[in-house]
Design a protein around this ligand. Structure first.
Ligand code: ARG
Length: 464
């Protein structure tokens, strides 16, 4: 005789119920209830297939279908009572179904196991998040393209080592992030296409002796095809890892841009003004307008990459097939997904609202001897001086300007000829930042015409 307290779903061989601590460590309902809609969708597809293949009767399938719809509406209305004793969302839903429709509920789990069930539910959940990420990335890219178009010819300093390097355009800088988020987008699409195979019907690990139709459940759930190996299907979490690694790389990109916005919005830089809607104030310092959203986006990469590392460690060394370790996959993915979507939306909002300060950008663009390379290139082009020598002469001119506390264009022709006799007045045409950026016409270069060409290309991609 089974103990009253043993589990309804698998308590047949048990004489006693679990210790409270066992229940606490075992239960996942506290978090996997987020997959309720996916669980019910999977069960509906499975029940319909069991009826179509004659494994259960049409009457039973209909009772299951109606019962599941009732469970779903109870969950949606917040009337569903989750039970920790029932461990997870799968058993919570099934137990409620049993209470609602009685015996037919017990036939739902034919030819299926929680192992293929959880893999299916989780894939459906992650797939939705890939779709949400795609949307978020497209919106962010569109906002960046708009910024780039508006400021295609605004000059600003380009940096290496965070030291002034060469003038670039605001549009070019914005489009650099468009390329990064564009690669993130292609990773999202790639990973989504790869993961879109249905584990349902792999059962516990070996498949099933029932004459099920896995193509049917796969297509009902929007999968491209069923998975081809049942052992792999119930123990694969690559899709979650690809989601987390894709999220990690994207969060890293977001953090780089966030860092730039933090620097750019400082009183020392004044490159951008962030909108009030995406800034906060200080309770003690009235003058403050803080870039909190940017700082938080900068920080999100920590938890998202942490989730990626955590799940890699969970999966490492697990023998085939399912092990309970794998239940530790969901909280990491849920948290990473929530924060990734939030960071994407916050960045999109900030980018849409921010104002590039054209004058400050231009003033900074010409400082720090940013056109020194143009001077050296001019000597190579016009005077046929070897680049290494031109570099040396230019260095001497930079040192002269630095000692006088002026910029390169402020030196007189006589000063310059004192360092290299061949220099002519033509040199001044290349020392201006506008000329400098306009001359960078190589494909992918910073010239406004190149930036505009990339804006057009991306608009076509976005509209296509
Ligand atoms: N809650 C479990 C999980 O998230 C469901 C699968 C349970 N399977 C099992 N054989 N105990 O992984």
């Amino acid at each position: 005789m089974t103990d009253q307290t043993s589990n309804q779903m698998w308590g047949g061989r048990f004489a006693a119920g679990p210790d409270a601590i066992m229940e606490a460590i075992n239960a996942s309902i506290g978090f996997d209830k987020r997959m309720a809609a996916q669980d019910i969708a999977g069960s509906r597809a499975h029940a319909a297939m069991l009826a179509a293949t004659g494994v259960i009767t049409d009457n039973d399938a209909e009772a299951i279908r109606e019962g599941l719809l009732t469970v779903l509406s109870e969950i949606e209305m917040g009337k569903f009572e989750y039970s920790t004793a029932l461990e997870d969302i799968h058993m919570n839903v099934e137990a409620r179904l049993k209470a609602l429709i009685g015996e037919p509920a017990g036939r739902l789990h034919t030819g299926r196991s929680r192992n293929d069930q959880v893999a299916t539910d989780f894939k459906l959940w992650v797939r939705d998040q890939f779709d949400a990420a795609e949307k978020g990335l497209l919106a962010l890219i569109a906002a960046l393209v708009d910024q780039a178009e508006a400021g295609a010819d605004w000059v600003m300093p380009g940096f290496t080592h965070l030291q002034t390097a060469q003038p670039v355009t605001w549009g070019h800088h914005m489009m650099a992030y468009v390329e990064m988020f564009g690669r993130d987008l292609s990773r999202v699409r790639d990973a989504r296409a790869r993961m879109n195979e249905s584990p349902l019907g792999s059962a516990a690990l070996a498949g099933t002796s029932f004459p099920i139709d896995r193509e049917m459940t796969a297509s009902a759930l929007g999968f491209d095809r069923p998975t081809a190996n049942s052992l792999d299907a119930v123990s694969d979490r690559d899709f979650a890892l690809e989601f987390l690694s894709t999220a990690s790389i994207c969060a890293m990109h977001l953090s780089r841009f966030a860092e730039e916005l933090v620097i750019w919005s400082s009183a020392q830089f004044r490159f951008v003004t962030l909108s009030d809607r995406f800034s906060t104030g200080s309770s003690i310092m009235p003058q403050k307008k803080n870039p909190d959203a940017a700082e938080l986006i900068r920080a999100k990469v920590g938890r998202i990459f942490g989730a990626n590392t955590a799940l890699m460690m969970v999966m490492k060394g697990l023998p085939l097939a399912y092990s309970k370790d794998m239940q530790e996959d969901k909280e990491q993915v849920f948290d990473a997904a929530d924060n990734w979507m939030l960071a994407l939306a916050a960045m999109e909002g900030m980018v849409k609202d921010m104002t590039g300060n054209r004058e400050s950008l231009a003033a900074a663009a010409g400082s720090g001897f940013s056109t020194a390379t143009d001077l050296a290139d001019w000597m190579v082009r016009v005077l046929k001086v070897p680049f290494r020598d031109a570099h040396h002469v230019t260095g001497a001119l930079v040192a002269m300007a630095e000692s006088r506390g002026c910029d390169l264009p402020d030196l007189s022709l006589a000063d310059m000829q004192g360092v290299h006799a061949g220099i002519t007045a033509d040199i001044f045409t290349v020392l201006g930042v506008e000329n400098s950026v306009n001359s960078r016409m190589s494909y992918g270069g910073t010239a406004p015409a190149q930036v505009r060409a990339q804006v057009i290309r991306w608009k076509e991609i976005l509209n296509g």
